[in-house]
Design a protein. Structure first.
Length: 136
């Protein structure tokens, strides 16, 4: 799955750079690139969590593997014990009979501004629909 997503992201890398270059004065981070672990595929009931924004992320637009590594290192909120978002995610995983930290996660906003709010109407519908298809 990682290689399939990496190929998709490489096809869209120019789009990512274009978005970031359109706002040179802003602290724009992203793109948010999914890279679910193999444990996701082995779950009895695969769970894809869709959030709003990252509330802070990296920006390695020239090194997409490193950017995907941010997702992998975050490990679907393994160190976010007090977060309501991740607490409910753990409960849903358990209710589905899945292992903890086994879901996949994406966001509606692929970029964030100043480590928080999404950047206006910067949407990448071409990416979201393809990511979702890759999660089958």
């Amino acid at each position: 799955m990682r290689n399939e997503l990496l190929s998709l992201y490489k096809e869209k890398q120019k789009n990512f750079k274009s978005i970031i270059n359109s706002f040179p004065e802003d602290d724009l981070a992203g793109p948010f690139l999914m890279s679910p672990g193999e444990v996701y595929r082995g779950q009895p009931n695969r769970l894809l969590i869709v959030g709003q924004e990252t509330n802070g992320w990296t920006s390695y637009v020239d090194d997409l593997e490193k950017q995907m590594g941010t997702y992998e290192g975050f490990n679907v909120g393994i160190e976010y014990y007090a977060s309501p978002f991740w607490n409910i995610t753990r409960k849903v995983e358990k209710a589905l009979g899945n292992e903890p930290y086994s879901c996949a996660w994406t966001n509606l906003s692929k970029f964030d501004l100043d480590a928080g709010r999404r950047y206006g109407n910067m949407k990448l519908p071409f990416l979201k629909s393809t990511e979702f298809c890759s999660m089958k």
